[in-house]
Design a protein around this ligand. Sequence first.
Ligand SMILES: Nc1ncnc2c1ncn2[C@@H]1O[C@H](COP(=O)(O)OP(=O)(O)OP(=O)(O)O)[C@@H](O)[C@H]1O
Length: 679
Amino acid sequence: MNLKQQSVRDLPGVGPAKEHALAALGIHSIHDVLHYFPFRYEDRQIRPLVEWEDGSRVTVRAVVSGNAVVRWRGSKSILSARLRVDGQHLVLCTWFSQHYLKSRLTDGRLLVVTGRWDAKAQRIVAVETSFDVSEPRSKGLLPVYRANKELGSRQIHQLIGKALDLHADQLLDVLPYTLVQKYRLWSHRDAVIAMHRPRSAEDLRQARRRLAFEEFLLFQIQLHWFRMHRKDSTGVARHVPDDAVERFASLLPAPLTDAQKRACLDILRDLQGDRAMARLIQGDVGSGKTWVALFACYAAHLAGCQAALMAPTEILAEQHAREAERVLGRDGVFVRLLTGSVGSKARREILEGLASGTIDVVVGTHALLTEDVTFCNLGLIATDEQHRFGVSQRSALRSKGTSPDVLMLSATPIPRTLALAVYGDMDVSSLDELPKGRQPIQTIALSMSQEAEAIRLIRRELSAGRQAYIVTPAIEQSEAADFTALLDVFDKLREELAGFRVGLLHGKMVVDEKEGVMRAFRDGEIDALVATTVIEVGIDVKNATVMAIYNAERFGLAQLHQLRGRVGRGSYKSYCILLSEANNETAQARIQTMLDTQDGFRIAERDLELRGPGEFLGVRQSGLPQFAVGDLIQDHRIMSVARDEAAQLLASDSFWYSPATEALREAVQVPIDETVYRD
Ligand SMILES: Nc1ncnc2c1ncn2[C@@H]1O[C@H](COP(=O)(O)OP(=O)(O)OP(=O)(O)O)[C@@H](O)[C@H]1O
């Protein structure tokens, strides 16, 4: 049995409860366990104070100086003590909700503390404390995993350790040996082990290089296959009337932007041509990709075909379905929504409608992929946020039609310098223009001491009937302080915004709970939403006019831009408030970029400039399409190489039958069908 078929239950110590908790993280098989990579590493090297960077995580060996003091804020305690570091400097150390440590923090006591260094306050906010003086001087690199309430990062690490001990040798290599040799790559097995148990930064670099290459190669083979499929397949010339764009425009409440018009015309030509369409629409936040996708569905409908629009989450599917009904419904197009929450009776009806052809356009989530969904005449598939769907899922949907045309929507602009490496010569339409009538979002940078000003602005907007998002950094398992920070902000805003409905949203809530809160906000039942970055990419609430971001210095540029794009989506004037202790140059440069421009393409370029190769040990900051290991910006050279190799592989006959590429073919799930392999 291969590792993908082996359930997590086969690991020692995994019962139904753990199985459930793992499933919530998307881990089902032993293969998944082994490939659940840390999202960052903590550098637990003990360094002298002079090397500490403001805002970064440090590990120190120190001696307690004087007595520790506990203060209470409501039910929460704040414990502080002075520590002597490197035998000379005195710094302050704070522990949140750990008052029980007080009795151990006696004068002269030796301890090892890991925490966040605040240079201005000369203070460490402790995350982990150990009184074990035999502690090695260096703990090296500690992997940190995305965790949930039931399963912490450390437990995940232990479980992966067990899986590695028992199963690492079953990890197979999908890369042909020639490539491994040519690029001197590590084996898949060694790379996976090193990701979880890095012995050095160099180990990690090699592991990542290998895994990124593999990932990018699979992605590129799929893209190239996509193109070949389009070139070689007979494709159907659709009879879309020439005035389809005008007819579509007449259904809309506002004129199309020139960029939208161009994209629609590209699609029209693709559909009318006799090759199957494979087009990517990439657009800046709020540039109106949805209407372009709706045009594609409409054009398919005019040509007598059904169309499917697939979104990554239920809320986005609902949002698109509403818009589709509102716009296309005006011309009598019959739209239905199919998600996992649709009841069985309604579901049956929808399945019948799709099979018989009475439903023209279906909008949905993964639920569209299940086997019992069949179409009468599926001619077009549009997928939103392509990277959140696996390759095999996309082909599953494609197989439901005969040579269906395919449109992909990407929510994050790829810098021009990277687009070629990533998408090669795929057909791409870019939406680089915002709809008219939008007021520019006013971006305001404030220091934490000016928080009151931010709250005043939020209150003013809420009083005018608008809504606000308030975002704090994502909670990490080991960062009790982050969770405290989120709750502090929540408590504070509830107090300061008395009379308004303040909601809370974070990644540790279960999916249903999260969607419930998001819906309540969308429907105006919540005025101010305090949240971590789990706010949906793509959510469209026109009434929201304030995006306030706490600790903005801890967010990457692409992420800040995405978050800012959640406001200013209607005609109201909107604000983005960046609250920060901009403590190092890069953080300051990022915030300055946000003040300078609202152009996502420029921001992406700037991101590329600002991010040095050393960034890997920090939090992943890109909002670009995410791969498990590879990073589009940092690893763009690997992507270029992978693109060329993929093209060569697919061009050679032997790819399709050689035993050396069998594992690779299986991994990509490239179906060997005659339409592809003809010449
Ligand atoms: N040409 C237009 N004129 C006026 N409003 C438009 C136009 N095109 C789209 N809109 C509106 O702009 C808002 C944003 O559009 P949409 O949700 O498609 O953005 P998007 O490109 O998907 O951006 P994001 O990735 O940020 O979600 C929607 O409310 C939509 O109705």
